[in-house]
Design a protein around this ligand. Structure first.
Ligand SMILES: Nc1nc2c(ncn2[C@@H]2O[C@H](COP(=O)(O)OP(=O)(O)OP(=O)(O)O)[C@@H](O)[C@H]2O)c(=O)[nH]1
Ligand SMILES: [Mg+2]
Length: 453
């Protein structure tokens, strides 16, 4: 092994198979964790698993397995007893010194010394379990939530997404600070009025308040834009991370949104018009992907981003049909949307990436889903054209014809009509312009309200 290779941090995954978990679920969860960890830039060197009734209270794994794990990372394999709890290291632990993505060519030696291994546990673990694992293995320890929060942190681009992720990160850090300090730290702090721990926690509270204010401001800025889109035809792409939502967005709208073979490539909602343009325009939203065991704080953080998309009249559920766990992925997607209150919104199920399946597998899917799903590949222009027709057909079937009269005093607003409906004919008389239009009932109601005298 060269020095460079030795320096590159590697990851060891730890999974405890609980009685509630089937072998297949357990394997799928670990495979997904491996992809998450790879997205952070670590090489996954090994996976240590154990069947148990519950996570071991002290250090997740039992004694024997703990030693096995420690051999991989260079630790002693036992939790030192009676050792003094270290001073609040939660912050440092949180900073994982994970390599930057695509940093394998980096010439810079790692600045942070310390362990070059990271242990990633496929469960939420308590701060003391994490600390004990660290002491037994001499490696840094992260849990699944920590990994996901870190990916979100790296991928967040817009001011809104960055603020939302920082809130989730701080909420992840705060409880770890609480336990990490322990009683001794509080004693040390006496006399100064406020302990180091309390100071940290107050800083976090202040920062959270500041971030929430910032998000309120951003929400106000967005309100105007959202109000404008209200009467328009909206479709949203939703689904598991990496299912191909952004790829379909690109294909349907001719836009250049980011497509990557990484988990959580998209964190911001993007809205573009279906292309070539229809009349009225149909707007397509790309959204953040879902994942099993999505940390609750992140769901809450991304609610507002998703809310906008969920105003859509039609949801396109995108599923990676080439993934053996796509059933479970669809169940997660449905579950999250139900939680967000969008379970009843009309939807089309898109089984994507069928170019990766052989004829046999395609037929099996076709039989399984029948008319309930559309099999397609985002990379096949003919498939995308068919999907476009289905979307247009969905709206057409719901449209009704009506007359809208625009009084001369409100002629300036005539553009609203063309945005919201298809104009079939125009007539002029003494009251104003009479338009025969075709549009969604709610859009026509809005137009009537706008032009009522
Ligand atoms: N073979 C094949 N690959 C596809 C297809 N659609 C998407 N991909 C690939 O799948 C990967 C993920 O695609 P994205 O469009 O970024 O997926 P996403 O759902 O937006 O993912 P997140 O933004 O991370 O939630 C990329 O490498 C795409 O090129 C498809 O129909 N066939
Ligand atoms: Mg995407």
């Amino acid at each position: 092994m060269s020095d460079r290779e030795k320096e590159r941090p590697f990851a060891v995954l730890v999974g405890v198979q609980l009685p509630s978990e089937t072998d297949a679920d357990h394997e799928a969860n670990l495979a997904e964790l491996a992809r998450l960890v790879a997205t952070l830039g670590f090489d996954v060197k090994a996976t240590v698993t154990q069947r148990r009734d519950a996570l071991a209270a002290a250090a997740v794994l039992g004694e024997g397995k703990l030693r096995e794990l420690a051999e991989l990372t260079g630790g002693k394999g036992v939790v030192p007893s009676g050792a003094k709890p270290r001073k609040s290291k939660a912050r440092e632990r949180w900073k994982t010194d994970a390599p930057e993505e695509e940093a394998s060519t980096s010439e810079h030696p790692r600045e942070t010394r310390g362990p070059s291994a990271v242990i990633v546990v496929d469960h939420e673990i308590s701060p003391s379990q994490a600390r004990n694992l660290e002491r037994a293995t001499d490696a840094r320890v992260l849990d699944r939530t920590g990994v996901i929060v870190e990916i979100f942190h790296r991928h967040a681009k817009s001011r809104e997404a960055r603020a939302q992720v920082e809130i989730a990160r701080l909420k992840y850090v705060a409880p770890r600070l609480r336990e990490a300090g322990g009683a001794s730290e509080r004693r040390q702090g006496k006399g100064t009025g406020e302990s180091a721990l309390e100071l940290d926690r107050r800083k976090i509270r202040d920062r959270l308040a500041e971030l929430r204010r910032e998000l309120d401001e951003i929400a106000k800025e967005h309100e105007g834009r959202r109000a404008l889109r209200k009467g328009q035809l909206r479709v949203a792409l939703v689904g598991y991370t990496n299912a191909g939502k952004s790829s379909l967005m690109r294909a349907l709208t001719g836009s250049d949104v980011l497509v990557m073979d990484k988990l959580f490539a998209t964190l911001d909602t993007t809205v573009r018009a279906l292309h070539p343009e229809t009349r009225p325009r149909i707007l397509v939203s790309d959204t953040v992907g879902f994942i099993k065991k999505l940390p609750h704080d992140l769901v809450a953080s991304f609610r507002s981003t998703l809310d906008e998309a969920l105003e859509a009249s039609l949801l396109l559920y995108v599923v990676d049909a080439s993934d053996p766990t796509h059933d479970a992925q669809l169940a997660v997607t449905r579950g999250v949307l139900r939680e967000l209150g969008a379970g009843e919104v009309p939807s089309l199920l898109l089984l994507n990436k069928i170019d990766r399946l052989d004829e046999h597998a395609r037929q099996k899917l076709q039989r399984e889903y029948g008319d309930a799903a559309i099999l397609l590949s985002a990379h096949d222009p003919a498939n995308v054209a068919d999907l476009r027709e289905r979307i247009i057909g969905f709206f057409d079937a719901r449209m009704v014809e009506a007359d809208v009269t625009i009084p001369y005093a409100k002629q300036a607003l005539v553009g609203n009509v063309y945005e919201a409906a298809r104009v079939l004919s125009e007539e002029y008389d003494e009251t104003g312009t009479r338009l025969r239009v075709r549009g969604l009932p709610e859009a026509i109601a809005r137009l009537h309200a706008t032009f009522a005298r």
